[in-house]
Design a protein around this ligand. Sequence first.
Ligand code: NAD
Length: 498
Amino acid sequence: MALINHIIEGAATAGSSGQTAPVYNPATGEQIADVAMGGAAEVNAAVAAAKTAFETWSATPPAKRARVMFRLRDILDARRDEVARTISVEHGKTHDDALGEVTRALEVVEYACGIPEKLKGDFSRDVGPGIDSCAERQALGVVAGITPFNFPAMVPLWMIPMAVACGNTFVLKPSERDPSSANLVYDLFREAGLPEGVLNVVHGGKDAVDAILDHKDVQAVSFVGSTPVAEYIYSRGCTAGKRVQALGGAKNHMIILPDADIDQAADALMGAGFGSAGERCMAVSVAVPVGEETADRLVAKLAPQVQALRIGPSTDPDAEMGPVITKQAQDRIVGLIDKGESEGADVVVDGRDFRLQGYEGGFWVGGTLLDRVTPEMTVYREEIFGPVLSVLRAGSYDEAVNLINAHEYGNGTAIFTRDGDAARDFANRIQVGMVGVNVPIPVPVAYHSFGGWKRSIFGAHGIYGPEAVHFYTRLKTVTSRWPTGIRAGAEFNFPSMG
Ligand code: NAD
């Protein structure tokens, strides 16, 4: 069985923990590799390498750091097919979906190419007689990223280009479920000319994460994953004095007003609900049609489309979605559909027994449509993270808005309507970080920043874009006066620069 190694100070290593975890092809259910599972020893070695590399890398002119990003951009573009295949083998998403993941990652690299402009400081002459003031942003030091399984290349690339372009060095702890993409990302950075030690990869689970959170030389932690782990990482990391941004789970609603184009809304729900088997933090998992008639028309449109979903392995170019990530995920999703049914939801399309010929061992769940879901049901309260779309019928627009605002998550949301006034009111009142108007998955582009509200994020900064420049740097303000040759003696009052 192939072993997926850590990469510390430029060298692949199995580490000293002796622990490994199995990595599966989710389409077949077969184990395809082992991944080394690191702990404190591997994290300590990676942080030490990153700390040494920081001295030279942070002193490298931003324009030279940007040149690495320009080269990375071209390499990633040229090798996007290979990156997409690496993602799909362990994750299971379709090839086209994986290509989309690579494109969104590429856009963050492109934004990082402009880092010299982003790091430009502010200067004020004559803040007092003969006194000038300069505000600049300096790199933090060693920073770490802890990433989820569902975007094994994109989420690391949400973090690393911005962090290292700002002058930091990096320790990545990827998901142990699909770890190969992280090592490929590492190779691309090295090929682009990133010096040894600036980026290190430590594989593992909780032991490695805890070692990162407790390490005194890690200045900041970026996390993307589920809410319970995000909350844990935020509180333990902050207690250890680190800067932490922890992005968590989601339950994204899409409101369909009576005036919406129902064909368009149904198409949007199909892609946003079932693309990537629903394993996206921006997946729409709840459709909220307003009014019984809208609901009936929507469910009538959706049901045959969900029934007809083309499900297959990533090697099938016609597949619209693949398997889910693990046997545990499959069992959990099926269990939640059971629970939805027992709590009173109508199972309009049932994906629980889906099997694919030739792939009987794979982790499959068919597309599932639940109607007449209510706010009390477990399928509504919990993030399912699978190909299950719930329909929650609202009596009015206000009821729909209040429903969303009452949910514990606030990652993404959308409204489908032709009414500009309603859309404007929605965008203003809704307690959610990323809002789409006739756009089902409103993931901000790389020159904006990504982040939800409420229990979908812990910490003050969104990820990538301008927020990343703030997260990965700290402010320094230098106030200078050069001697004029006139000595006035010491001043003991609080300085007013007057
Ligand atoms: P996860 O929380 O299980 O794992 C994320 C990372 O945390 C992995 O690297 C994992 O090894 C580590 N981890 C897991 N359990 C841990 C523990 N007890 N202590 C310390 N570390 C631990 O998440 P996942 O299943 O890989 O990813 C799916 C989740 O991520 C979903 O909830 C999804 O909504 C969320 N997600 C959110 C965003 C966002 O931007 N808000 C983006 C992608 C995914």
